[in-house]
Write a protein that binds this ligand. Sequence first.
Ligand code: ARG
Length: 461
Amino acid sequence: MDKLWSGRFSTNSAKILEQFNASILFDKKLYKQDIIGSKIHAEMLSNIGVISFEEKNYIIGGLDKIYQEIEDNEFNFKIADEDIHMAIEKRLVQLIGDVGKKLHTARSRNDQVALDLKLYVKCSNEEIRVLLLDLINTLLSIAKEHINTIMPGMTHLQHAQPISLAFHLLAYCFMYKRDVERLVSDNDRNDYCPLGSAALAGSPYKIDRMFCANKLGFKSPTFNAMDSVSDRDFVIDLLYSISMIMLHTSRFAEELILWSSSEFNFITISDSFATGSSIMPNKKNPDVAELLRGKTGRVYGNLVALLTTMKAIPLAYNKDMQEDKEAIFDSIENVTICLKVLNSMLKEITINKDSMLKKAKMGHLVATDLADFLVQKKNISFRDAHHIVGKVVAYAESRGCDISELDESELIKQDSNLCGAKEILDLEKSMNSRDSFGGSSVNRLKEQIKIIQDFLNEQTK
Ligand code: ARG
């Protein structure tokens, strides 16, 4: 019997048990974290005199050799070894003999796996942040070029009020900014090292958990061993934060799909980021944006899957928790490729300014301005003003034109109070009139651009 835990067993594992139980085919991703965790653990054991200095050096030498084997694709990952932790330990004993068997003193796979995954999550959190900052930077540079590019702002997907493309893109900058901040706070909240919690109740050895926590880059050790080996909040936090990033990405993707259709024609996606149809030679499809939207579903699925897996597990570790890995690995992989591809696609997008402006002249976008004119200049209540402008809109509709195309005499014919209103029926004026804090005016846009720019500078310094 070749299992590291087989002392009390009298027969070998069934093959199907091995297959079912094993996580090695996916948790091999954790090899770096497992090796660094083991090296620090060995160092700590030597510091407190549980193993000798020479033994520690043998162990570290062996672990470095294993690291190299894995990097060079020379490591044999076997289902029979169950998981990455057992596989590495077994190989260590093969390489350096019985000394290797001392490594697992004062440690359990329960704190080991919690540590490995925490280190992995922490590092992925930082990598995703870098991608987000890159994306915000791209959005911001497009926004800066389109402060005066007028387009219809919408609610209910109906033309509502004139805005600029910059204002619309800045909305996404602020969403992604919150996503970065959410990741920062996730990292901060979970920055405690579980190593040394052992199976569930800590260890009888005089272990130095502070040393391990410091060396592994954590704020401090975790405070309750039982919590530490049972906790997967840190994984769920990242799954949630990724879900939110994907939610924002999916809404943006949906808009890119709409905007690139002939109905909108606001943008043209470059040929290198579009696909063709196998039957219709005329087609150019926004597959990239559709996949960004589509992949959001599986990312939510991973979040709900782990929430559900965890909800009724008694303390402390249970094997159910092994299900955490495929979920988090999948979400990390997908959000990573999605952010990269969105960023690259945006850099090559063409903005069809004329078409945006043409569409902004449809749908009576300045109707609210007309009502505000009646309130501010003619002392009419907003409700009455709304009604008067409603009649003007109906008139324009009957003529088949936009209210901005009506001349002064036609306006006055609808209501004498509209005398002097013609000059406010201008898209740019309308956009700039919304000068309230956070509004669409060029003034306010400049403030918003500065907030995002300062944020980027601070995050990347
Ligand atoms: N492969 C396991 C996992 O991913 C490692 C922890 C196993 N611990 C145990 N006591 N069986 O969760």
